[in-house]
Design a protein around this ligand. Sequence first.
Ligand code: ADP
Ligand code: MG
Length: 276
Amino acid sequence: MGGPGTGIRAIGMIKVDRRAGHVRELADGGRSRMIRCEGVSKWYGRGPGAVGALRGLDLAIDGAGYVAIMGHSGSGKSTLLHLLAALDRPDSGTIELGGRRIDNLNETELTRFRRREIGIVFQQFNLISTMTALDNITLPALLDGAPGKRRRDMGMALLRALGLEHRADHRPDALSGGEQQRIAIGRAILFEPAILFADEPTGNLDSETSAQVWRLLHDLADERGMTVLMVTHEPAAAVHCEKAFVLRDGRIVTTIDVHDGLDVGELAARALRSGG
Ligand code: ADP
Ligand code: MG
């Protein structure tokens, strides 16, 4: 995937910072892909009925890799991803991505951050039903004001890399669920962010299609050097992950590392069953 001629610059070697117009080495020790949370809390509502979705959460992810955050329903997974993607702000604590605080960006910085520096995919594919696969996958470039030919070139290259070139002119209702999610992932990585977030990305897919999506997420980390952070309640989803964190009641309670030579999915399942 990627490389010269595809319109997708190789990640992991050199990345062009388009805003500054200079070449930024990504061989920066993985700094651009680091994620740090310290003492992050998030409450919904006020007073006695308030719900503490995150309660002093600490998290450190260094460099590229495919990482899962596992937790039962209601453990705070979606809240955490919303904060990491700067879709919402924490009530307290600090969040750093790529060595930079993101919990206090202003609106202009936020727009750029969300469009350029991260990608995010959800359980619902959120494709626009009246637009073709090509137009959906290149939507961020349209919002960014890129000319039509450039958008088409970028989009076709990405569709090719995803094995979906033959679907370019199809609208979402003519695509399978797995194809729709792969288009949504393509849209999220159009600008080659260093970090991709996925919130229960296979929650609406059958097991065979889920396996394709897990493989794609793994390959994005492995071949493009991205940090892919997936949250899921399904232990099977962690099959290709190098690391899993178990989230319970708004805090990380267990860390599982594949370098221990063990199966992350199985260990995560055990940790979830045993109460962390
Ligand atoms: P998960 O994604 O792990 O299922 P969430 O982050 O969605 O967990 O939710 C964590 C807790 O916060 C749950 O108790 C949930 O009911 C609550 N919660 C989430 N979003 C809201 C909201 N917008 N208003 C009130 N409570 C919420
Ligand atoms: Mg959720």
